[in-house]
Design a protein around this ligand. Structure first.
Ligand code: FAD
Length: 304
């Protein structure tokens, strides 16, 4: 088992009076969260303000912000955006943090910044291997980062999980063993990689529970609104496309408006089914498109 959770001086609340992530999952099922990424060129973050304006009006339980895997200059924006989410919009932020291409000192300075900003939630990640960047070799896996964060602050730590198995794992069993290690090290909440076939998520969830993983598992849903996006996503993360979805995409690939609607309808259907199956939470990969997130939210708001 991991170390007992230390008492946090403000119980891990990013915002006075708001629930911690742990409390959210204890009190609410399903929790709803959104993911955004720091814009590459928008240095003033004006566009992200427009996005956050719409997303925050949907009152998600939290909003997570992605972090570069290394060699990227956007990580300071990740923390700046998390600060905005908390201070301007009153929503609990989760800061993604990758470790493969960072030293312990670099991670410490990110953590220091979070502490100064009173941000308590980190999604601890390994990051993808990228031949352009030499790993710093101070962290090999997300579990190393989870342990390091536990030793260096009072944070609620989340981790990633993979309904279709992480591509680096030789077997599903290996993947689950390492996921259990990540939870035992201190990850108290998991967010899944995107998937398009709910059955794969249910099978994974059952195996994770059998492996003794008891923390809440949020289902990652990505509404795909154009064919190029789906092809890119599938090639990056290896998610499989069910025949029925492939058939819909083929039928509407040259009809932009129809494909947009179909992507939303497909995501809504996935979410309705997940809620009916008692999922702990839904994490919507918004791709910084708040209109899509709002349309989905409007469809499911009476179910949550
Ligand atoms: P890990 O948990 O370390 O797992 C990686 C692989 O190593 C798995 O196969 C695992 O089984 C294996 N493994 C773990 N421990 C051991 C061990 N002790 N011995 C041998 N094998 C082991 N990337 C970004 O760059 N920025 C982001 O903001 C970002 N956000 C993400 C958010 C979510 C919800 C998800 C699902 C992914 C995100 N990613 C992000 C991508 C992520 O960085 C990659 O998927 C990466 O390849 C793995 O990261 P991880 O934290 O899951 O790694």
């Amino acid at each position: 088992m991991g170390k007992p959770i230390r008492f946090m001086k403000n119980q891990g609340r990013d915002i006075e009076g708001a629930m911690t992530i742990k409390e959210t999952f204890e009190k609410k099922k399903p929790a709803i969260s959104f993911e955004i990424f720091p814009p590459k060129r928008d240095t003033t973050l004006a566009n992200i303000d427009e996005t956050l304006e719409i997303l925050s009006a949907l009152h998600p339980d939290f909003i997570s912000v992605t972090f570069g895997a290394g060699g990227s200059s956007t990580n300071n924006k990740t923390i700046a955006i998390a600060k905005k989410i908390k201070n301007t919009y009153g929503i609990t932020p989760i800061v993604h943090m990758t470790c493969l291409n960072y030293t312990k000192n670099e991670i410490l300075s990110f953590l220091e910044e979070l502490k100064q900003d009173d941000i308590h939630n980190v999604l601890a990640l390994r990051g993808d291997k990228n031949p352009q960047f030499e790993p710093k070799k101070e962290f090999n896996y997300a579990t190393d980062l989870v342990k390091f964060i536990r030793e260096n602050g009072e944070f609620e730590i989340s981790g990633a999980c993979y309904p279709e198995c992480h591509p680096d794992s030789k077997t599903v069993v290996d993947d689950l063993i390492h996921l259990r290690e990540k939870v035992d090290a201190g990850a108290t909440h998991l967010i899944s990689q995107l998937f398009f076939d709910n059955e794969l998520f249910y099978e994974f969830e059952e195996k994770a529970r059998i492996a003794g993983i008891k923390v809440p598992i949020e289902a990652g849903i990505m509404p795909v609104i154009n064919k190029a996006q789906i092809e890119r996503m599938v090639s990056i993360c290896g998610a499989s496309l069910p025949e029925k979805f492939r058939c819909i995409l083929d039928k509407y690939e040259n009809n932009k408006e129809a494909l947009f609607d179909v992507g939303i309808i497909y995501a809504v259907n996935q979410i309705v089914d997940l809620i009916a199956h008692g999922v702990d939470g839904i994490h919507i990969y918004t791709m910084n498109n708040p209109i899509v997130a709002k349309r989905i939210y409007d469809e499911i708001k009476n179910l949550i």
